[in-house]
Design a protein around this ligand. Structure first.
Ligand code: ATP
Length: 286
């Protein structure tokens, strides 16, 4: 990193450049990376620069990271964050990503509370389109959550983009993955129970996201993963808000309930989700 007036990206006073990019601000920090808002020094193109620290990655995470790079570099889809370039500098790996000015779906939710059903439908249609690509590449995301879904703009008609494939992994059809990872609130019960799992874990996460968009709170909570699992298992009926339930499209409730089926065999498959009648109607952002 070259800083014309000060050293250290956290305290920079003048422009810091990395490769061909001028850092503007820090967007956030993950466990293994820092994400910067940056601008190409010649074209002025605004990007998100993800700085990955290889020393923080063990072998398994390195595999996950390689998987993210392989997948993102082979995909060009409006609902999956674009990877423009990858380069090395300062002992780090930098991913040049499409900048999503709308922030994450988590911040959108914090701002909106609950979201109107018509807008939710449009969002789910877009997530379905992204999942179709993952499915065709035999990728399980495993970490689908509002924090990992970015918005092109902070508006209701935003284009949603799945990002952060750091935990995703190529899984051969008929194979099952056994690693426990992802974020508990959106995690399928079979993952919480250390059981073998397949691509239906992403369907559960979509159900949890759908529920939270409609109600403004997640379907299940728990102070620990054990408690969360107990709450999932003891749930007789999904805790839909009585403020919205009477006016909610029964097809929407049906889709949500079937995505949140505890038994993966009863849970909607991707194809059943994508063809569900609730998604076939016109949404806001398609
Ligand atoms: P972890 O990697 O530990 O799960 P994380 O998902 O929060 O954590 P990152 O994916 O590195 O970590 O993201 C850090 C922050 O940067 C998040 O707040 C995210 O919203 C933001 N961010 C990531 N990618 C982009 C992007 N392409 N455009 C705009 N903001 C982004």
């Amino acid at each position: 990193m070259q800083n014309e007036t000060e050293t250290g990206p956290d305290h920079f006073k003048g422009p810091v450049t990395v490769g061909d990019y001028v850092l503007k601000s820090k967007l956030g920090e993950g466990s293994f990376s820092t994400v910067w808002n940056a601008k190409h020094r010649l074209s002025g193109q605004e990007v998100a620069l993800k700085q990955v620290y290889p020393s923080r990655l063990n072998r398994q995470l390195r595999n996950c990271f390689d998987c993210e790079l392989n997948f993102l570099s082979s995909v060009n889809h409006p609902n999956i964050v674009r990877l423009f370039d990858v380069f090395r500098a300062e002992g780090c790996i930098f991913l040049v990503l499409e900048f999503c000015a709308g922030g994450s779906l988590a911040s959108y939710l914090r701002h909106c509370g609950r979201v109107q059903e018509q807008i939710v439908r449009g969002f789910m249609q877009q997530l379905g389109a992204a999942m179709e690509i993952l499915n065709s590449h035999h990728i399980i995301h495993r970490d689908l959550k509002p924090e990992n879904i970015l918005l092109s703009v902070p508006e209701d008609d935003a284009v949603l983009k799945i990002s952060d494939f750091g935990l995703s992994r190529y899984v051969h059809p008929s194979d099952y993955a056994e690693t426990v990872c992802g974020t508990a609130l959106y995690m399928a019960p079979e993952v919480l129970q250390f059981q073998r799992y397949d691509e239906k874990v992403d369907m559960w996460s979509l159900g949890a996201i759908l529920f939270e968009l409609l109600n403004g709170y997640p379907p299940f909570r728990g102070r620990t993963n054990v408690q969360l699992l107990q709450n999932i298992k003891s749930c007789k009926r999904l805790p839909f808000s009585q403020l919205i339930l009477p006016a909610l499209d029964p097809d929407c409730v049906d889709m949500c309930s079937r995505l949140l089926s505890i038994n993966p065999a009863d849970r909607l498959s991707f194809n059943e989700f994508y063809r569900h009648i609730f998604l076939s109607r016109k949404g806001v952002a398609t």
